[in-house]
Write a protein that binds this ligand. Sequence first.
Ligand SMILES: [Fe+2]
Ligand SMILES: [Fe+2]
Length: 466
Amino acid sequence: MASPSRRNEQRATAQFGHVPEPAIVDMAPNMGEVLVALSRALDITEGQPPGHGMRAALIGYRLGEALGLSGTALSNLFYTVLLKDLGCSSNAARICELYLADDLTFKHDFKLVSDSLPAALRFVLDHTGLQAGLAARFRAIITIVRNGGEIVDELIETRCQRGATIAARMGFPEEVATGIHDLDEHWDGSGRPSGLVGEAIALNARVALLAQVVDVFRTSRDGEIALREARARRGTWFDPKLVDCLCAIAGPAFWQEIGADDIARVLSDLPPIRDAGYVRDVKIDDVITGFAEVVDAKSPYTAGHSARVALYADMIAAEMGLSQGSRTILGRGALLHDIGKLGVSNQVLDKPGRLDEAEWQAIRRHPVDGCNVLGSVDAFAYLARIAEAHHERLDGKGYPHGLRAPELDLATRITSVADVFDALTADRPYRDAMPLEKAMSILEGDTGTAFDPDCVDALRRVARNL
Ligand SMILES: [Fe+2]
Ligand SMILES: [Fe+2]
């Protein structure tokens, strides 16, 4: 008779039957395509229309070419613009707290504000505390008007620092990290966080800011208005030489390429994507860990959540005797299971009270958004499945699709158990962390209806070591 661990291994193999073979999964995916796919997660965090990061990267790339850049320098520029928003999730909770506002709408609309003090004040009045009571709204506006400079300093400093750190940890060269760090500096010294002037600002950052503004205005209005905005800020926000260069290349073919329906397809032909050599120092697991950090930075209540879910999932998987290859896939899926939460406002994620129906709808959408982000790259098909199904239950009462036991593979079942275990044992906006025993008894109470009994048993055994 097979030993318990052998039986577990056989069961695991059977359940994992439709997981791609480790040899196929471990085949290094094209890192450029992975990064392009993950840039979609940054778009949803910024409340931007799909493809913003990709279009901005293409604008930056064409500007770089026109400036005479090539090879590594041009690739550095491309990835700086593509990943310029890596730090974007880190100030979302603070924006909600300070402005009593939906961070996604706030961030989207803020990028459309013209460069003048009256416009900025009008923006604050139009966006602060719209759903709050009059007194709370008044208090928030007074705080912002009094301390506006320091508040914006803080929001931008957090974002720049965080983005640069994550890019460096992913293995990108210093030129990319510095470009991301300097994104909000302005040519005339009026930017943040350091008030750098002129060419003291990294070239990649100067291009990234121009590309960002051009895409935002082109997408919400049109190319002519985008150019008008670029010219209006020539010498204040933007390097005059870059604005002139943009005006020289921005003919009909340029706008047609930027507005292509399948922008990912356009990017896939560019050397920074095709040439795998450039990103050879960027490792897939570092990129996944970096994006998990972006997800976890979104809310103070989810700090470290993705990393812990991956740890618990791996402990369960090891206890159940899964192969190293399956554990690798599971670990990556667990790290990115909540990537769709980047598209949920912190007004919902951090709400201390009960959620209303619309807020629940927003929460229920995150597995689908996560699947859309991850599913856009072939090598991540399995990770997309975990992201899509981690809130499903064996009895079909989960969301978003109400899948039933036969449709839920072992990796998803393990992730679900690890996810809820971490949710119960961490602080939440509406309650404190639970002791381990209480969390286990809640999980065991839902065993067989929500959770796979073998996964919960395995967690029970390994939880002794926590
Ligand atoms: Fe989730
Ligand atoms: Fe989660």
